[in-house]
Each structure stands twice: as C-alpha cells, then as structure tokens.
Design a protein around this ligand. Structure first.
Ligand code: HEC
Ligand code: HEC
Length: 284
C-alpha cells in the first residue's frame, strides 16, 4: 500500500465518522436524549463486561492477545496516547480513542497489512449498529473507555464511572387498588363461588383435583405437581396478584396452561376465589 493510499483511507475513515455523527445529530432529540441518559449510565465497568462477553475470546482476558485469533490490544505502541507509534506507523492522524472507536465500530472487513503475517482465520467483526453490527453506540463507547483504561497514567475516562444507584423500591399496590380490579364484592357471595366452581370443574379439576388438593388425574406425569389449594401455608405465599398472573399467563414450563385467552376476566376472578376458598384468602 502506498503512503498516499493509506492517507486516503485515513481521510475516508474520518469523513465516514463525521457523516455518521452528522446523521446521528440530525436525528437528534429523543434519540439523543435516550442516548445521553444511556451514555451517562455507562461506565468502564460496563465496558469490562462487554469486553468479557464479546472480545476476550479473540483478544484475551486482559487484552494480551490470543495467537491465531486476535492481536494484543493492551500494548504500549497502541496505548501510548502521546506518541501513538502504532498510529503514526499507519498514518492515522486522529487520536487513539478515535482509532479504537472506529476499529470497534466498523470492524476490519479487510485484514490490515501490518497483521498480514498473522494469518488470522477470522476478521475483526463489525460491532456498531451504525455499521450493521450488534452493539449500540454507547456500548462501543464503554468499550473504548475500557481499553483506554489500560493506558498507563494517560487515561481520561470518556464515560464517567457511575456506580449504579438502586432505583426506588417498587411501591406496593395498596389492597384497595387490587380489589378494585375484582369485578364483584369481596369476600365473594356463595353464588359467585358456585360459578367459580363451574369454571374450575370444567377447566382446572383435571389437574388440580376434585378436592382442590392438586391430585387430579392430569397431575400424573406433570413436571411439577399442580398447586394444592388446601395447603394454606403455601397459599399464604400466593397473593391475589400472583394468583391472577399465574392463571392468566400460566406457567407453561411447569405444565400449568395459560387461561387468559380462554376465560373471560369475570371467569378468571371467580375461579380464583373458588381456589382461595379452602384457606379463606379472599382479601389481598
Ligand atoms: C473473531 C475474533 C475477534 C473478536 C471477537 C474481536 N476481535 Fe478485535 N481484532 C481481531 C483481529 C483478527 C484483528 C486484527 C485485524 C487486522 O487488522 O487485520 C482485530 C483488531 C482489533 C483492534 C485493532 C488493533 C490494532 O492493532 O490495529 C481493536 C482495537 C480491536 N480488535 C478491538 C476489539 C474489541 C473491542 C472487540 C470486542 C467488541 C473485538 N476486537 C472482538 C479479531 C477479533
Ligand atoms: C394440565 C394441568 C393443569 C391444568 C388443566 C390447570 N393447572 Fe394450574 N397448575 C398446574 C401445575 C403443574 C402447576 C404448578 C406449576 C408450578 O409449580 O410452577 C399449577 C399451578 C397453578 C397455580 C399456582 C401458581 C403459582 O403462582 O404458584 C394456580 C393459581 C393455578 N395452577 C390455577 C389454575 C386454574 C385457575 C386452572 C383452570 C382454569 C388451572 N390451574 C388448570 C397444572 C394445571
């Protein structure tokens, strides 16, 4: 490759980056806001995690490189941010951060001449969504920060290190709100319980049993035993919300079907009350 050609490639890279940034900028507002929120929350730790997941297989756990897979990244000629001998050698005029960012984002669809002797069987993949890869720009940025973080004494984090603060604990839904969802007065009347029994007999008895104790004929061979609604210790741990959720969505992996599409909202709540009758757990 001639020097001019290399310079041309360098310029093209830079132009491509600028174009990408401009396009990104035009599309701003919401996207930018979301991006910045994301961006602020990212950290070198996040970069370390992505590195472990996506890069260590070829570049080694600590960036030491793996023979036959990928070159070392934790090397002085790449990370000496003042002298950047590697970048000078390839006529890269931007910063080391730009170089690393571009490489990660676009990948290396062509092997570099300076790695020609290595015979890497696989190319450096394209990572950024901007180039059709799998990672968001903020994830690429976190990776850049993480790699630069190896540079001795020179490091300026591109992304502030943010210790994730746990969000506020979810506010428990007050019982009266839950009861508002029930389409009849609670505790239920005998008439409602009788209707619940009808729904149960038709749909649930086969597995949960005539006595509501989980011993129906359908229980045989089930991955998990169907719930025994007469076991009040267990039932106390199943509040109205969970009960409703389990009936509507089922627990398919364990053999409990989903009923949300087969039963009406009224039928669901009636059968729930019938199942809660043995332990009288009608209120939330
Ligand atoms: C399938 C193996 C493979 C994976 C996975 C991989 N790389 Fe690479 N990477 C390579 C190869 C091979 C090269 C050298 C390509 C070339 O220039 O010929 C390279 C080059 C690079 C370079 C430029 C090094 C230099 O000296 O020019 C950087 C930076 C880099 N990879 C970062 C990453 C990051 C960050 C990840 C994870 C998101 C990653 N790589 C994942 C194989 C891989
Ligand atoms: C094909 C058998 C089968 C049928 C029919 C069936 N269930 Fe179940 N059900 C199960 C199994 C198995 C479990 C246990 C799942 C587990 O432990 O993860 C279960 C568990 C449950 C639970 C407890 C969920 C929890 O969060 O612990 C509820 C409530 C329930 N079923 C309600 C119903 C209702 C209401 C019907 C009828 C509309 C019904 N089931 C019909 C097999 C069945």
């Amino acid at each position: 490759m001639s020097v001019q050609f290399k310079i041309l490639i360098g310029i093209l890279f830079t132009v491509a980056t600028i174009v990408a940034l401009v396009i990104y900028g035009i599309n701003e507002d919401n996207r930018m806001k979301a991006y910045q929120t994301n961006f602020a929350g990212r950290s070198i730790q996040a970069g370390a995690e992505y590195y472990e997941s996506y890069c260590a297989t070829c570049h080694g756990e600590k960036g030491e490189g793996i023979v036959g897979k990928g070159p070392p990244l934790n090397r002085k000629d790449l990370l000496d941010l003042k002298a950047t001998p590697h970048l000078k050698a390839i006529n890269w005029n931007g910063t080391a951060a730009d170089f690393i960012r571009n490489t990660i984002a676009a990948g290396r669809p062509q092997f570099s001449k300076y790695y020609a002797d290595e015979n890497y069987p696989q190319h450096m993949p394209t990572w950024s969504q901007d180039y059709g890869g799998p990672l968001r720009p903020d994830q690429v940025e976190a990776l850049v920060s993480y790699i630069l973080n190896w540079a001795p004494g020179e490091f300026e984090p591109l992304v502030a290190i943010v210790t994730p603060t746990p969000g506020p604990a979810p506010t428990p839904i007050p019982p009266e709100e839950i009861l508002k969802a029930v389409p009849f007065p609670v505790p239920p009347s005998d008439a409602i319980l009788a209707e619940g029994k009808t729904v149960y007999t038709k749909n649930c008895l086969a597995c949960h049993g005539a006595n509501r104790d989980g011993n129906g004929p359908g229980a045989v061979g089930s991955v998990k035993p169907p719930r025994n609604f007469t076991d009040c210790t267990v039932m106390q741990g199943i509040d109205l919300i969970r009960h409703h959720d389990s009936v509507v969505n089922g627990i398919p992996a364990n053999g409990m079907p989903a009923w949300g599409k087969k039963l009406s909202n009224e039928e669901v709540w009636k059968v729930i009350m019938y199942e809660r009758e043995p332990c009288k757990l009608f209120t939330p």
